[in-house]
Design a protein around this ligand. Structure first.
Ligand SMILES: [Zn+2]
Length: 175
């Protein structure tokens, strides 16, 4: 299976099973470095705007540090209003508006995006695009979500969260 950087398109080699001709996407070391550099210069939002897919960057408390225009449009709100919000609140997860809030409701244990972010932070790694369901208002929206760990030299680690067109039937709900 070929591995390609989903950000710059560079070739990142291959992984098992080698007989699989599919392409899987990751993020290359240079693109991770770019995220860190733009964070330091407070231009992370502008940097993320080069990507056509919805992308946001969250901190270790899963609060939004930056979001691109595509993410703002996807969520129907200005990127400035997303900053500092918990991920579920930013994505208008219906459970995030419960009194317990994003991360503390009974539904949050099954939240795929929260789990992907926490796994990225815990394992200092990333995830391949994973099917997920966004509980957006009264709609359930199918998405593919991938996360990438950024070991920042300018502060605490960050996680890049990227939404992609819906894939197969979701197996888990996300906030
Ligand atoms: Zn790259």
């Amino acid at each position: 299976m070929l591995i390609r950087c989903a950000w710059c398109g560079c070739d990142m080699g291959a992984k098992e099973p080698m007989t699989n001709v599919m392409v899987t996407h990751s993020i290359c070391p240079q693109c991770l470095l770019d995220v860190d550099v733009h964070r330091a210069s407070q231009s992370l939002g502008e940097y993320l705007d080069r990507f056509t897919e919805p992308v946001m960057v969250v901190d270790v408390a899963t609060r939004v540090v930056a979001a691109n225009q595509a993410m703002s449009q996807r969520l129907g709100r200005h990127s400035r209003t997303l900053l500092g919000l918990q991920g579920g609140a930013a994505m208008l997860c219906r459970y995030a508006s419960l009194p317990e809030g994003c991360g503390n409701t009974v539904h949050c244990r099954d939240c795929s995006i929260r789990r992907l972010v926490e796994d990225s932070l815990c394992n200092r790694s990333g995830s391949v695009p994973t099917p997920a369901l966004l509980h957006h208002g009264d709609q359930d929206i199918s998405l593919m979500v991938s996360c990438h760990y950024v070991d920042s030299s300018h502060g605490a680690p960050l996680v890049v969260v990227r939404l992609e067109p819906a894939g197969p039937t979701p197996t888990r709900a996300i906030c």
